[in-house]
Design a protein around this ligand. Structure first.
Ligand code: ADP
Ligand code: GLC
Length: 493
């Protein structure tokens, strides 16, 4: 085995403390997988009110950090359920408030987000350079998404620094602010400019990661290619193309302790690929819970996700009336843009025997949809990785996905070849159009009704796939080693 590395994992959310989406799942499980490979991993996160409530046995770690006002404390504990050391950046004026990590209870972004995540980055840098009284010097600092984008940028100014890795979970969220913000945050002047943090005249947090990290990764090989093109690059395709030798796609792993129908305590009947009959009990329970007629025959389609354009919710709305005509049922849980929430609620009121929605965030319900539905809809316009289709595979719930990003990399489309070699696990469609989604969904419903054996084979094949962290965690270790080489090449005179 290679030498054990000291890794500082920087994340703005992590399960089980705070989660708004897939980053929370990843930050809650990848550090533990790295720890299992015997690396010394610590995760640093803001001490949000919610995180403080859920964290256990916190101890005071430090209040003296280079370049940080004294009102900030560093607290130390463990990420609950793991042996990973947790550092919480406790600055009550920035993080102790009601609402989510990025937005107020009404869903509006906090106006002081630049201050909040600049402070977070500065504390991470103090820890990364061993200026936080912890007597611990990481070899690697691994940031995630725009909220930790300033970390590689600020670290680049230190002659003796750890190597930096930056993971893009979603390029569409960039942390882009007015140019005055740069002065307001007192960022070092040498970081300004188009080779630095400037983007279209404003300040871009994510560019700090993309321009300065020794290595960059994103969460699937296909998305790594897509973001180098104008259609998916969100204006940053030029920079990503320029740094393509530093950019790797590493598929997310999932936590099968948490997402496993054989052990899941949220569902009414546990099952695996040898006891598939029990999935029917979960279907009936889901129909009851969502107020749909209990019917073993009706194809039941599930959806769990943020109700935003990325996820193709407009396409779902467009095909729902046709699914009703086909006699299908749809159970959906999500929250997001108000107009999507309202339109879905309205359709559910028009077709109460076919469409049921739960607007809100509810982890147990999400598990019950995975267990009870026959198929899972994921018509995303883009999808860096996507986790729900991976959960669906394990729950024997056939995913219907657009051929993009991590969806293309994790679900094997049914075609002549994959049917005959038994590798198919789901249904793909190519274009983000109503016709595309409708074609795939009608095809799935047809197979479900008329090809029960093929359907069952696909379910069983999907349930046997292994997307645990084992393989991907090793790929991250290789990425860290490449980052160390790049760091040495750039800092030796
Ligand atoms: P993204 O990060 O883009 O939102 P992912 O598929 O990577 O998409 O991850 C989404 C995660 O959030 C999954 O674990 C999913 O189950 C969960 N999730 C999303 N919306 C809800 C909801 N309304 N209730 C419960 N869980 C949800
Ligand atoms: C993002 C992406 C999603 C990915 C998740 C975790 O939120 O939208 O595709 O699975 O991050 O990496």
């Amino acid at each position: 085995m290679s030498k054990a590395l000291k890794i500082l994992f920087v994340a703005s959310e992590a399960l089980p403390l705070v989660k708004t989406g897939g980053l929370g799942d990843v930050a809650g499980s990848l550090p533990a997988a790295l720890k299992a490979l015997r690396h010394d991993v610590r995760i640093i996160m803001p001490a949000y009110r919610e995180a403080m409530r859920k964290a256990e046995k916190l101890a005071f770690a430090s209040f003296k950090m280079e370049g940080i006002p004294e009102t900030v404390r560093l607290l130390e504990g463990r990420l609950p359920g793991t042996r990973v050391k947790l550092l919480l950046v406790d600055s009550p004026s920035h993080f102790d408030r009601p609402g989510g990590p990025y937005a107020d209870p009404l869903g509006h972004d906090w106006a002081d987000n630049p201050d909040r995540f600049a402070l977070f980055a500065r504390v991470a840098v103090a820890v990364a350079t061993n200026h936080a009284e912890l007597d611990w010097q990481p070899d690697i600092v691994h940031g995630n998404d725009w909220q930790s984008g300033l970390v590689p940028a600020l670290l680049s100014l230190y002659p003796k620094r750890p190597a930096t890795v930056f993971t893009i979970h979603n390029l569409a969220y960039q942390g882009h602010f007015a140019p005055e913000t740069f002065e307001h945050l007192h960022l070092p002047h040498e970081l300004w400019g188009i080779h630095g943090l400037e983007f279209h005249g404003g300040l871009s947090f994510i560019k700090g990661g993309l321009s300065f990290a020794d290595m960059i990764s994103t969460v699937s090989p296909t998305y790594a290619k897509e973001i180098q093109t104008p259609a998916y690059g969100c204006g940053l395709e030029g920079l990503l193309n320029h740094r393509k030798d530093r950019l790797k796609g590493i598929l997310n792993g999932v936590d099968y302790n948490h997402w496993n129908p054989a052990k899941d305590s949220y569902i009414c009947a546990n099952y695996d690929h040898r006891s598939l009959v029990k999935k029917a009990l979960n279907k009936a329970a889901l129909q009851k819970e969502f107020g749909l007629p209990v019917s073993a025959q009706a194809p039941l389609l599930g959806l769990v996700g943020r109700l935003v354009e990325q996820k193709g919710i407009d396409l779902i709305l467009g095909i729902l009336p046709r699914l009703v005509e086909l006699g299908a049922q749809v159970a959906l849980i999500g929250s997001g843009e108000k107009h999507f929430e309202e339109a879905l609620t309205e359709l559910a009121a028009i077709y109460p025997n076919h469409i049921a929605t739960f607007i809100g965030y509810d982890e147990p319900k999400a598990h019950r949809i995975e267990a009870g539905a026959d198929m899972f809809l994921m018509p995303s316009r883009f999808e860096p990785c996507g986790l729900n289709q991976i959960y669906s595979l394990r729950y024997g719930t056939i995913p219907i996905v657009r051929h993009t990003g991590g969806l293309a990399d994790t679900v094997v489309d049914l075609n002549k070849e994959t049917q005959s070699n038994g590798k198919a696990t789901g249904i793909h469609f190519q274009h983000s159009t109503l016709e595309g989604l409708l074609w795939a969904t009608e095809r799935a419903i047809h197979l479900y009704r008329n090809e029960p054996e093929l359907w069952r084979t696909m379910m069983v094949t999907g349930m046997q796939q292994d997307f645990s962290w084992k393989k991907s965690a090793r790929e991250y270790v290789q990425l860290y080693q490449q980052a160390l080489i790049q760091r040495d090449a750039s800092t030796t005179p």
